[in-house]
Structure formats: structure tokens, C-alpha cells
Design a binder for this molecule. Sequence first.
Ligand code: ADP
Ligand code: MG
Length: 341
Amino acid sequence: MMRKSENYRLADLGEFGFIDQIARRVRPTPDIKIGIGDDAAAFRIPPGCLALTTTDMLLEGVHFDLSLCDGYSLGRKSLAVNLSDIAAMGAKPHSCLLSLAFPETTPMTLLSDFVAGLLEIGGEYGVALIGGDTCASRGGVVIGITLYGVQEPDKIVQRCTARPGDLIFVTGSPGDSALGLKLLRDGIREGRAVARHLDPTPRVREGLALAESELASAMIDISDGLLSDLGHITKKSSVGARVYLEKIPLSQEYRAYFGLEEKEGYALALGGGEDYELLFTAPAHRRSEVEALFGQFDTAVSEIGEITTVPGIRLLSSSGEVVHGFAAGFDHFSVRREHTS
Ligand code: ADP
Ligand code: MG
């Protein structure tokens, strides 16, 4: 096992020793012809499919804070954020590359837990680790993951294909991750919101099912905040959107924490990032099919509005009045893009 003592550091094992440790823990999948250990990896993709690829970097001090998270969750989350992007394309995750820069003084336990977390979530979604790069860092920890996915060309779901009249749906309960980060910073380490922040669930099966059934007309994952990410769909699709404030699904924890007398209570649900929920549109006549499809998952799905021809996003109260202050004024509520768990 990699884990030795708390004092055991990356410098004691060396780059090749470390890579070897990773390679030994990887379970091969049938599509991988050449995995870790050569100059490049080689893999097959299913006939008739395109390969999709996405990459995300996570930097210590920018995206995570090692005093607030553990190596295992960090490993899971590093792959989860990439899985979420592949899910949002309606594709099936396939294989990944892991680029790591760690200070030589990094405890092996942290690295070992990180790799364990990453390989575990990879196993849950059928992703093989096929290579990467390892460097010593003179600054903090840097994690770069590239994930490949596969899907038939006609099934891939883009951001640019929403149509006026389509309904807008969101999975789960947005805002929990941002609430979790707030709680972590206040010294609270437990509870569902904290777990949602440290170990988000990528909606891979849901995204794939939406693509296979050709129900979603456009899709994105919520990494920057619900309204901001909906804005990507509306801009790319040259449409607008109407969103009903009271239809935003809020978790019990969220309601208990904020109370919702004031509209400011919605700030994190509408603008907080890192939920990794799916935001998608579907033709209005297929509403019941969307609900039926989600019947097979534990994940909630909520209709929150509709696509319009008028550019921009209009947020409406239950009495039908336009609610101002969210779409254009995130800064007021200090929910600008900010991560660091
Ligand atoms: P090269 O010098 O030819 O680029 P490396 O010594 O960097 O090769 O890597 C050797 C092998 O180990 C390669 O197959 C590479 O993909 C793999 N590898 C290196 N670092 C990692 C890592 N952090 N995770 C997984 N595989 C890695
Ligand atoms: Mg290399």
C-alpha cells in the first residue's frame, strides 16, 4: 500500500515510485489497449461514436483549501467536476488523464487518499485512468484532469439548441454547495450541504438517459451558478428565458438556514456555483416523459421556467412581477464566482 506513516513524503518515493503506485491500483477496462507506462495511451471507442473531451484544473488556494477538505474527497471531486461536464453533453464517461503537481513535502497519506478517491469515483462511472504527468511543485498543489467521453453524434446535447417554448428543468437542489462552503468556513464540517460541496454527485446517468431518449434540447451543468449557466444556454441558443422564483427547488437545509422571507435568501441558489446539477431544456409536450425518466433515479427534477424569444433572463415572483437584482446584480449579494473548499 502507498500509505506508510504521516511522515512519509512524496520525496521519499520519487516520481517513478509514485506513478508505479498509481499504476498498480488501476483496474483496466476492455477499451484500453495501452494504459499507464508508455509514452502515450491508446484506446478504442465504440463504433459509430465520437470522442468528447473536457479538462479542468484545480488549484490549491483557488479551488480548494487543504485545511477544509481531505485528500479522499478532493480526489473524488477532481474527477466529479469533469464527469459533470461529460454528463452535460449527454455522453458516457470513458477514460481520463491525471496531471499532478505537488510540493515534495506533501504527505503520502494525502496523495494516497487523493488517488483512492479519484479511482473510486472513476470505478463508479466506468472511467479508466490511462495516464498523466507528475511534477514537483514549488507552489501549492495543482490538479489537472482530462476526461474522455463517448456518444453517437446525433445524441450529443449542446448548449446552443434550446427553442422558444421549451421548458427549463434543473436536477437536485441548487445552492447547497455554496451553503456548504459557507458552513465550512464557519467551522461546520458536517451535514448534507457540506457533503454536497466536498463530494458533489455528477449526474452522469441522468445526462446519459436524457441524451439517449432525445428528451433534452439543450443542456449544461451548473458550475458557475444557475442563472449564469442558464445565461450560457440562452446566449448560445439566441433565445431568452423566464424563471419562476418559487419553482426553484431548495433543500430543507437551505430553507432552514436562510428562511425565504427576503428574496436575498435565494442568492446562493441562483448564483452560487459548484452544484454540478444538470440544467436542461425539453419541448413542452414531453414534460411527462421527463418526469417519467427521472422516476428511475433518486435524483429530483424540477421545472423552473421556459425558454422565450425575448433575449435575457426574466425572474418572476409568484404574483408575476419581475424580480430584479439577481441576473444583473450578483455582486450585491457577494456570490461572485468563488470556490475554495
Ligand atoms: P514521459 O516522460 O514519456 O512523458 P512520464 O515519465 O511522465 O512519461 O510518465 C510515465 C507513464 O506514467 C506515462 O504512461 C504517463 O501517462 C504515466 N503517468 C505519469 N504521471 C501520472 C499520473 N499522475 N497519473 C497517471 N499516470 C501518470
Ligand atoms: Mg511526462
